[in-house]
Ligand binder design. Structure first.
Ligand SMILES: [Zn+2]
Length: 464
């Protein structure tokens, strides 16, 4: 049955319109103009007092890192820098069994849904058993994460991650034994996962993620990138997050990661470079010339002390941004979006720095990063409510305290800069309601299982 949604305000082409309509077909996709459409048998959902917007796309997530939240916020306990934080993260990664991988992923995905997210790009690098041996099914942990997304109802792009080595001139790291695969094993397992995912319906997709130039040397990187391009899948990679990684790349190849990827023709429109924090003006020009998307993760980058992205120079050069919750320090796509601008304001002591870059008003520009650009980066037809796209959207309560006093003209900047999660009421993915008036069917069960798991993982840890 078709469903016709009638919100008070509808987000369409960068602005809100009054009394707009969205029709979703039986296949879960948006149907175009309602004129001439037979809607006599359609279900009509009236949404007075609510605005309807395309769902957020979280383009870079490591779901299991939800377990680290709050565990590394002092200098005494691994909070000194990125590398010591990583030790805490490895501690959690080393302990999880397949059931626990499922439980923690459900927790992270539930929080995303409550924040209006309808698609997650899950950069997944836990593959092996804790002793480093592959499971009987080498994709079992990827499948657990996919099953978690299906259980919560969120659309997932499982970006299966290749992790071949610890780094240039570094011995294997015991904290990474669950990540390692040869490139040959990786491609075999990747192909099997793509086949399996094709049978799981239209809300499950795959992509390929060589972890970083540190973890995947150039020869293997070429092999994996070629396979990905032949398979027409999205390619994601951590690039230039840490100064030490750039320095190691220069020692090994005589070039920084961005310059190396440009020279090797791996920078391209189908590549998403995650972070892109430590890049020069020359490298920004290379990213722009290649049409590569930068996926920024500002709430994580500020939490880890990575540095901040030069969004003004990058946007001025024409680079598209997607956004991700990455380490799950916070799960709030709008906070990531506004932080792109706020970092620059504090640094430059100016306001509205990203306004009109590329001819768009600031709020619309930031909103497209968390919707359209994220969807393009993950190669899914989501992020906007155009005909043929998936019916992925959410509603906000126009009377919520955080956004009250709005009009159709100023609602978008109010939402982008001030919306609180309490305003998000309903979430629909693929035409299916997964959050109704802030209620998710599995809320209590997901939370109680997560609390149990959290206790088990940290009780013997010495990291509390
Ligand atoms: Zn990451």
């Amino acid at each position: 049955m078709k469903t016709l949604y009638r919100p008070e305000l509808l987000y369409s082409d960068g602005r809100f319109i009054e009394h707009g309509e969205v029709v979703v077909g039986e296949d879960g996709c948006v149907i175009g103009a309602t004129k001439g459409l037979d809607l006599s048998a359609a279900k009509i959902v009236k949404l007075p007092g609510k605005a309807l917007l395309p769902g957020f796309v979280n383009a870079h997530s490591h779901a299991f890192q939800r377990l680290i939240r709050g565990k590394s916020e002092s200098r005494a306990v691994s909070g000194r820098d990125f590398w010591s934080w990583r030790g805490t993260m490895y501690h959690a990664a080393s302990r999880l069994d397949p059931q626990q991988v499922y439980d923690v992923a459900r927790m992270a995905f539930l929080e995303m849904v409550l924040a209006g997210t309808t698609t997650v790009g899950e950069f997944h690098y836990l593959h092996n058993a804790p002793d480093g041996r592959p499971y009987d099914d080498p994709n079992v942990l990827s499948k657990q994460v996919i099953a978690a997304a299906q259980s919560v109802g969120i659309r997932i792009v499982l970006l299966r991650t290749a992790y071949v080595r610890s780094g240039f001139e570094l011995p294997p790291d015991p904290g990474q034994t669950r990540f390692y695969e040869t490139s040959k094993a990786f491609l075999k397992n990747m192909a099997a996962l793509v086949r399996d995912s094709a049978e799981r319906g239209t809300s499950v997709h795959c992509g390929v993620a060589p972890h970083s130039i540190r973890a995947v040397p150039l020869r293997e990187l070429h092999e994996i990138a070629e396979w990905t391009r032949a398979s027409k899948l999205p390619l994601h990679m951590h690039v230039a997050e840490q100064v030490a990684e750039n320095a190691a790349c220069v020692r090994e190849y005589g070039a920084t990661p961005v310059a190396l990827l440009a020279k090797e023709r791996i920078l391209a429109p189908d590549l998403t470079a995650v972070h892109g924090v430590h890049v020069s003006a020359e490298e920004i020009a290379m990213l722009a010339a290649a049409g590569t998307t930068v996926c920024s993760c500002p709430t994580t980058e500020r939490n880890l002390g990575d540095g901040f992205v030069r969004a003004d120079d990058m946007m001025a050069a024409g680079i598209r941004f997607a956004l991700g919750s990455d380490s799950q320090a916070q799960i709030d796509s709008l906070e990531d979006a506004r932080e792109l601008e706020y970092h620059l304001r504090l640094q430059q002591q100016k306001r509205a720095i990203l306004d009109q870059l590329g001819g768009k008003p600031l709020a619309a520009r930031l909103f497209e990063c968390v919707t359209i650009h994220g969807a393009a980066s993950l190669q899914v037809a989501s992020g906007e409510l155009r005909p043929g796209a998936f019916g992925d959207f959410f509603t906000v309560d126009l009377k919520d305290v955080s956004i009250a006093g709005n009009s159709a003209e100023d609602l978008l900047p109010i939402i982008v800069f001030s919306l609180n999660r309490s305003a998000i009421r309903d979430v629909v993915v693929n035409g299916r309601v997964i959050l109704r008036d802030q209620m998710h069917e599995q809320y209590e069960e997901i939370l109680s299982r997560y609390r149990e798991l959290h206790e088990k993982i940290w009780s013997d840890a010495g990291v509390r």
